[in-house]
Design a protein around this ligand. Structure first.
Ligand code: FAD
Length: 482
């Protein structure tokens, strides 16, 4: 029989919060001592090990979680290594006989968790897993034929038809600590960059942790949700929630976002705009659905014909794109925003991604990998589904032949050029007529704005019209071969 005073181990992963945390909540209500644990697994999962920006975020998020848990009475224990080895060790050291966690959906996490669950159960432990990260888990949403969805709109309709997601759970008010088990010091994990410390812009831009997430959502619902629908495509205006890293690390969950938004909608009559916001949260759900049902999503195009796409191996062009030196201001502004803050506006993500895969013919996986390393919200489901969407090779993708013109996109979505001026100070004095295409300005106009193309700002690395034709020709080749 289980010893009712034996500790219960809660394994934190992408659920770094106390509120609406079902694994923690279910542990607290047992009245047993609780041992909260986070494991840093640097060895796995190979190519998709956490990138630099994510590690920066993780440091502060764990610090915030550790502070909150300490206030409740149960200190967070940190351990580094392979969870399949660490968990049995922790069980042996603490005497725990129950283990809880909230589910993750990356293919490697699913395989790892299944194996760990089987091994712990074989050792006589009780293992319970919960849903903290999604409104509806991937296997609970299916079409009339009982198959997974491949198109977003019917997927989201099916989610909405399921009715309100569960009401978020409260944070525990107190926890009974488990007898002391030694852990690592967070600073020993060296998650923060040094020599060089490239994170100054991130420190200015973000407050990782549950309280930062709560404030971000509250601020968005107070100030921006009513204009979200009209302005969400404008990178020069702060009209989106910027919740993505908080959602990725589970500092806030989608049920909390849903219910707080519905509440604000009823109070303030921001209906259609708030619905639009929730439907974007729906894209997050859809990406997880796609990844769960298509485990090859991060590496392999869902449309098989794209396996033979004649991509270019153009290292100098890739480097120019990564550093924001393509000579196309909206592209460069986005890449510099990413480098500085670890985040980029969604419209600009679409523009820079289209530029990489269509104007430069560089494989989408290269862009995906760069985003993985540099985004604070790097998320395997959202990142791979979005790259496949832009590259035209995903399930419900934008067609490949729709090639964004970076100048027209800039003029439409950054009409005064404020976003470009913010991220490319060298162009700040250019009149609005040339801000998205400086090469069309006269010598005199450039001189007056202090711009020397090729010196203070690059000349365009491609001619968009020529590049567009080249991309369409490449696409024709795979269409013919298919
Ligand atoms: P809001 O507009 O306020 O939306 C609210 C939430 O909904 C977001 O926080 C996010 O969790 C979710 N969401 C919104 N749009 C999308 C979308 N298109 N797909 C999936 N979820 C969405 N998002 C990530 O979280 N991680 C990534 O690694 C990522 N990589 C991307 C790569 C490319 C090439 C593109 C085009 C998009 C990518 N996105 C990614 C999706 C999207 O750009 C971001 O989620 C969004 O910009 C985050 O800003 P926000 O929180 O202000 O979004």
């Amino acid at each position: 029989m289980a010893d009712s005073q034996a500790p219960l181990l809660v394994w934190f992963r992408q659920d770094l919060r106390l509120a609406d945390n079902p694994a923690l909540h279910a542990a607290a209500v047992t009245g047993r001592p609780v041992l909260p644990l986070y494991i840093l697994d640097d060895g796995a999962p190979g190519r998709w090990a956490m990138g630099g920006a994510s590690r920066w975020w993780l440091h502060y998020s764990l610090q915030a979680l550790a502070d909150s848990l300490a206030r409740l009475g149960a200190p967070l224990v940190l351990r580094k290594g392979d969870p399949s080895a660490i968990l049995p060790q922790m069980v042996a050291e603490s005497g725990a006989d129950i283990v809880h966690w909230n589910r993750c959906y990356e293919p490697f996490a699913i395989a790892r968790d299944e194996a760990i669950k089987t091994a712990l159960k074989a050792d006589g432990l009780t293992v319970r897993s919960f849903n903290s990260a999604l409104l509806h888990e991937p296997w609970t949403v299916e079409n009339k034929a009982g198959d997974p969805f491949r198109v977003y709109s019917p997927f989201w309709r099916a989610c909405l038809a399921k009715g309100e997601p569960d009401t978020p759970l409260p944070a525990p008010e107190a926890l009974i600590p488990a007898p002391g088990v030694a852990g690592d010091a967070l600073s020993d994990w060296a998650l923060l960059p040094h020599t060089p410390d490239w994170a100054a812009g991130m420190r200015e831009s973000w407050v990782p942790g549950e309280e930062g997430a709560r404030q971000r959502l509250a601020g968005f619902l107070d100030e921006s949700v009513g204009r979200y629908k009209a302005q969400r495509d404008r990178p020069d205006i702060e009209a989106t929630s910027r919740l993505s890293p908080h959602l990725h690390f589970g500092e806030i969950g989608p049920r909390q976002v849903w219910h707080a938004t519905s509440h604000a909608m009823n109070e303030s009559g921001t209906g259609p705009s708030a619905q639009k916001f929730l439907s974007e949260v729906g894209w997050r759900e859809f990406s997880h659905h796609l990844l769960f049902h298509n485990r090859q999503l991060p590496e392999t195009p869902l449309r098989a014909e794209f396996g033979d796409f004649p991509w270019h191996d153009d290292r100098p062009a890739l480097k120019a794109w990564q550093r924001g030196l393509t000579g196309f201001p909206i592209v460069d502004a986005g890449m510099r925003e990413l480098w500085h803050t670890g985040w980029m506006h969604n419209r600009v993500r679409m523009i820079v991604a289209s530029f990489l895969v269509k104007d430069l013919l560089i494989p989408w996986q290269e862009g995906e990998a760069w985003f993985w390393d540099t985004l604070v919200d790097a998320d395997l489901a959202n990142n791979s589904a979005s790259w496949q969407w832009v590259a035209g090779c995903g399930a419900d993708a934008a067609p490949y032949f729709r090639v964004f013109n970076p100048v027209l996109q800039g003029q439409k979505f950054d009409p005064n050029g404020d976003y470009v001026r913010k991220w490319i100070p060298a162009l700040a004095e250019l009149p609005v007529d040339y801000i998205h295409n400086p090469w069309t300005a006269s010598e005199g106009e450039l001189r007056q704005a202090g711009v020397t193309l090729g010196e203070t700002y690059p000349k365009p690395i491609v001619d968009h019209d020529v590049a567009r034709k080249r991309a369409l020709d490449a696409f024709e080749r795979i269409k013919k071969a298919a």
